[in-house]
Design a protein. Sequence first.
Lengths: 197, 527
Amino acid sequence: MRKYRSHWSQGDREGYQRRSNYYEGPHTSHSSPADRTREEVVTPTLPGHAATRSQMATSLDFKTYVDQACRAAEEFVNIYYETMDKRRRALTRLYLDKATLIWNGNAVSGLDALNNFFDTLPSSEFQVNMLDCQPVHEQATQSQTTVLVVTSGTVKFDGNKQHFFNQNFLLTAQSTPNNTVWKIASDCFRFQDWSSS
Amino acid sequence: MSLPSGHTTGHTDQVVQRRARCWDIYQRRFSSRSEPVNPGMHSSSHQQQDGDAAMHGAHMDSPVRYTPYAISPYNRKGSFRKQDQTHVNMEREQKPPERRMEGNMPDGTLGSWFKITVPFGIKYNEKWLLNLIQNECSVPFVPVEFHYENMHASFFVENASIAYALKNVSGKIWDEDNEKISIFVNPAGIPHFVHRELKSEKVEQIKLAMNQQCDVSQEALDIQRLPFYPDMVNRDTKMASNPRKCMAASLDVHEENIPTVTSAGEMDKWKGIELGEKCADRSPVCTTFLDTSSNINSILELFPKVLCLDGQQSPRATLCGTEAHKRLPTCKGSFFGSEMLKNLVLQFLQQYYLIYDSGDRQGLLSAYHDEACFSLSIPFNPEDSAPSRFCKFFKDSRNIKILKDPYLRGELLKHTKLDIVDSLSVLPKTQHDLSSFLVDMWYQTEWMLCFSVNGVFKEVEGQSQGSVLAFTRTFIATPGSSSSCLRNNQCDYVRAPHVLAWPKMYFPVTEPGDLAGAKKPKPNSQG
């Protein structure tokens, strides 16, 4: 890996470096799991975003949206998979009322059906190895701030063999002056098994 | 990158009408809150999204787990409907095997199974089709394991006289295009879903049933009196090619006790491509299908996995553990919201990858929105020991789980179509295998379409030439820019979608050895 650092290092920036806690701030500091009593994904509100969709600030540049997307994605992924593994019944709090899930080709729509679905899914152990995200252009979302989150890793459901998985989420933002709460509008999950077994 | 002209709306209108008719039936499939995620979504596209069971019902290796013995057949009116509000097929209230074994046949045996096939039935929604057949059929029947296979629809029934009655319905029912619907009947052996329900303590009963089953020659004689078209017989792709082995594994019965099941003999595989030739003397339903969507037909052939859904493993739930009542839902194949969008997405993918694999990716400029995004990730930490063929991707890989530097995070997200296409152009040359594609269309509004593609591709040059990698790619697309697109909601995406945010392409770990032996879906055409 070292040999690639020269490609990345530019200007004053240091090369690739691992830092466990880049973002500071009360909302995104990583408190211990026991402290989290609410299942909510919360990030600081961007300036000018306190109102709802109609007042999306246009003066913010693309970079700001990228940063916001990353914060939301990181916070989200931490909470989501832990809730899925350890507090499954609370998982649907992370979904919008009208959210949809496509789980290995099975469509699940609305909170009732989602509750039902997650209740019948065996208990899980997720290991997320990869996370990426992008802000979604407002033209596609009619100015509803939206982030695409993509994850992959492995999962073991009780009574089943381990699978690779990949998962996509669309997160939408509801902003107040103090913070922005992110919820899942749509979720797509697939096992990624290409073995010959 | 516009779609070919000649897209006909006649078929689509009838499809929508049919869906509208079935709409009330499908209310039960979805929760009461299944309004469109975006309230701005037009109602007709909502119908489209929900009404197309042809795509929802497409199955793969381990299809619906139905328990035919759980309910007496005479009380089973309408029970072939999916159980709950979701498309998830799970065995929830399973009766114990003892009760399951009884009741269907007066003498307690299993009865003999027949496979009922409707050619090109993939066009029809399940409920509509079964109702239509039942209305014409002289006896009530209970369809078991309804599924779509290649281009047609099939289900099983458990009684020779019922099978005969169904055979008589052939040619006496019509679809909404006024084309006759044919029905073909074949003996089926003991379908595999029956295997799973049986416990080892029932071995003697099973043996008895097998012996009776293999008086199938007697049954076969009865069947042979029917207008039976041997060349329409299809291989049941879900059964092992040697059903004896299959049953031995599940029943723990010595192989020598299992007589030969004659239906497992040589069967011609349905050749989807040669529709014209096969059906020249059949009902006009064949030619109608070709006429309305011949271009789509040829495109669909490139994506056999989307249709026949072979090759995807479903998890094997076991009964051990404290959560024995919890099951993983059956894994299904590609999911599309509607026929229209399915065709659109598949056409888009075909054109996209044609250019992508052509050696010059500049042609993709027309596919991307001016302000699109693109990023690439591999799920490796580069400092782990990883296969060296992934090394060339590391420098472009954006994995924010391990990458914390905000500058780099910004750099690795490509923005604007020029940057994107430049980045794509330096990625290795590839050959994507469309037949491996599994597509999920997981979010749609008037303004946005999100879909993900899982598949494999081969590197065709360089040090890793020949190595096969798996990928997942997520597209977010918006309709083409002409305002006429938005007027008619059905045609929202008639124009080629502009890829707006193309968030991800990544390569999970695969060893070439694994993929070489990977189960590949059998394409519709033989060879």
